[in-house]
Ligand binder design. Structure first.
Ligand code: G4P
Length: 527
């Protein structure tokens, strides 16, 4: 194996998907704590401790106590390099989350076992499905009264349409939560509550029929033995290939807050989840262990550090080795970028990166010339695909109070649009810019950033637009007729794509019926 292939083989890049409040932040913190990346639990989330998370850069996040922006955390565990990509759980930021999921090789799905499969989980799982991303499932909060475990598995199978293979099985719940039975290893991990308990302290009892279990908790173990009969009959044995194909998910049970079940998940990610995979780069498939460096940008964040007022492009390395000081080519602009100040994301700080391999995320500081979806290489013309934009569902028209600030407004919207904070449309007729978002909170963030970062006092107003579709047509003459006929409904987005803005669904349907040769797209990939 080449040195690069060895580095690739020991990397795992994953994201956590969950509905808000299922326990993603808690679990992230325990993963970092457990791996030794952070010294003290309670540093990821600042609500209680007064400190703020590595991921809480923006003022608005602090005010609301939600994690708006995704961040990246790298840590070592069992001689592997783990890249954990944080995804905002709040539904208003799902666009950002979707894009982060294009940069992972596997995902960890956290479910609040008291609630089961929730709306946001469904959406996120559907995004994972676009690329058949393998998924590990964690049923959380067994220290509370939760729903029947078999029922939960059934719900995951029927609602999320993915086979479940339980790897552990809970013994009791709430006040009588005793631990989990590891089905593959035939051993019981005993539960003892405690937030800062060291994971290595877990007591293990071998064998489900061990008489000690009957002494310790006769009622619960009897019930578990009965349940296990049913589980064996009703569920699927773990099948690595089905997992890697995204068709089956190994399921673990535990309690994130009590640090219980966390080690098993990390082990599953290392033992089963895929190392960085090959990627489609339009002209060819790019393998992770190729000698030459390549990668793509899946996220841009501006002004992460208010002291520096910088923009960081988050680039996933797809092949080869990145070394500090090397030249990499920005393929859209056909320009070399000197990669001296590129950063990596350790759990506790941003650090200068010396080298990085496929699966790693590096941060490229820039002044606004890098966009989401941009590809980089050592020179070869590659164009990585698969970064989705989703048709926005909410719209606002933008006005400014001080017309002298028009230039700043345009610059701000251009940059925020490139960053993916909001989608920006310029109507073919009419002067006001239109903003499109998936969630209302996006508008608030944009408004406050226009004010703070660009000095623009903008007014956002409701407008009579209900839905958007990107349009394309192979027949250029027909497209020109279409543009002329429907000019009042058409706009161009930040990347100059023609977009149909419809006041309501019926109008959209009529337009589609009248122009059968014009294609209306609900998503577009970054060009
Ligand atoms: P999120 O990032 O997915 O939104 O969830 P987060 O980790 O913030 O967890 C949401 C709530 O669930 C938190 O309580 C957290 O303490 C709790 N929680 C997480 N894991 C467990 C678990 O295993 N058992 C129990 N019983 N609770 C768990 P909160 O009161 O909303 O927040 P906080 O004020 O305690 O931070």
């Amino acid at each position: 194996m080449s040195p690069i292939a060895q580095e690739v083989a020991r990397r795992r890049t994953f994201g956590i998907i969950s509905h808000p409040d299922a326990g993603k932040t808690t679990l992230t913190e325990k993963l970092l704590y457990f791996s030794g990346a952070i010294q003290m639990a309670g540093t990821v989330k600042g609500k209680k401790t007064g400190k703020f998370a590595t991921s809480d850069w923006m003022e608005i996040e602090k005010q609301r106590g939600i994690s708006v922006a995704s961040s990246v955390m790298q840590f070592d565990y069992r001689e592997h390099v783990i890249n954990l990509l944080d995804t905002p759980g709040h539904q208003d930021f799902s666009e950002d989350t979707y894009r982060v999921l294009t940069a992972v090789d596997s995902a960890l799905m956290v479910i609040d076992a008291a609630k089961g499969v929730e709306e946001q989980t469904i959406k996120l799982l559907n995004v994972c499905r676009l690329r058949d991303t393998p998924i590990v499932t964690f049923m959380n909060k067994y220290d509370r009264e939760v729903r029947d475990s078999l029922e939960l598995l059934d719900e995951v199978e029927s609602v999320l349409k993915i086979q479940c293979a339980p790897i552990t099985w809970p013994i009791g719940m709430g006040k009588t939560f005793r631990g989990v039975y590891h089905i593959l290893k035939d051993e019981i991990l005993l539960f003892s509550p405690g937030e800062d308990r060291n994971i290595e302290d877990v007591e293990v009892i071998k064998g489900i029929d061990n008489a000690r279990l009957d002494e310790l908790f006769p009622l619960e173990i009897e019930h578990t033995r009965m349940e296990l009969e049913l589980v064996r009959g009703a569920s699927h044995p773990f099948d690595l290939e089905a997992f890697l194909a995204g068709a089956q998910t190994p399921v673990f049970f535990g309690s994130a807050i009590n640090n219980f079940g966390v080690r098993e998940i990390l082990n599953a990610l290392i033992d089963w989840a895929p190392a960085p995979q090959h990627r489609d780069a339009t002209v060819r498939d790019v393998k992770p262990d190729e000698e030459k460096f390549s990668g793509f940008v899946f996220k841009i964040q501006a002004n992460m550090d208010p002291k520096h007022r910088d923009r960081i492009a988050f680039l996933r390395v797809c092949s080869g080795k990145f070394e500090r000081g090397m030249k990499m080519k920005h393929l859209r602009l056909e320009r070399d970028v000197a990669a001296n100040s590129v950063v990596t994301f350790m759990a506790s700080s941003r650090e200068q990166v010396e080298e990085a391999y496929a699966g790693d995320i590096i941060g490229v500081p820039n002044h606004g010339n890098i966009q989401i979806g941009d590809s980089f290489s050592e020179g070869e013309k590659l164009a990585f695909t698969g970064i989705p934009y989703f048709a926005p569902e909410l719209f606002r028209s933008v006005r400014i109070k001080n017309p002298l600030k028009l230039k700043q407004l345009q610059k701000g919207l251009q940059q925020l649009g490139e960053e993916g904070a909001v989608q920006v449309f310029k109507p073919l007729s009419g002067a006001d810019m239109i903003l499109g978002a998936v969630g209302v909170l996006q508008f608030e963030v944009v408004k406050s950033r226009l004010e703070n970062e660009y000095g623009v006092d903008a007014v956002f107003e409701n407008c009579a637009i209900n839905t958007a579709r990107w349009v394309s047509c192979d027949d250029q003459r027909m497209l020109a007729d279409f543009e002329k006929g429907l000019i009042l409904n058409l706009a161009r987005d930040a990347a100059d794509n023609l977009t149909y803005l419809a006041p309501n669904r019926v109008n959209l349907q009529l337009a589609q019926e009248r122009w059968p040769k014009v294609a209306f797209h609900a998503t577009r990939e970054h060009a």
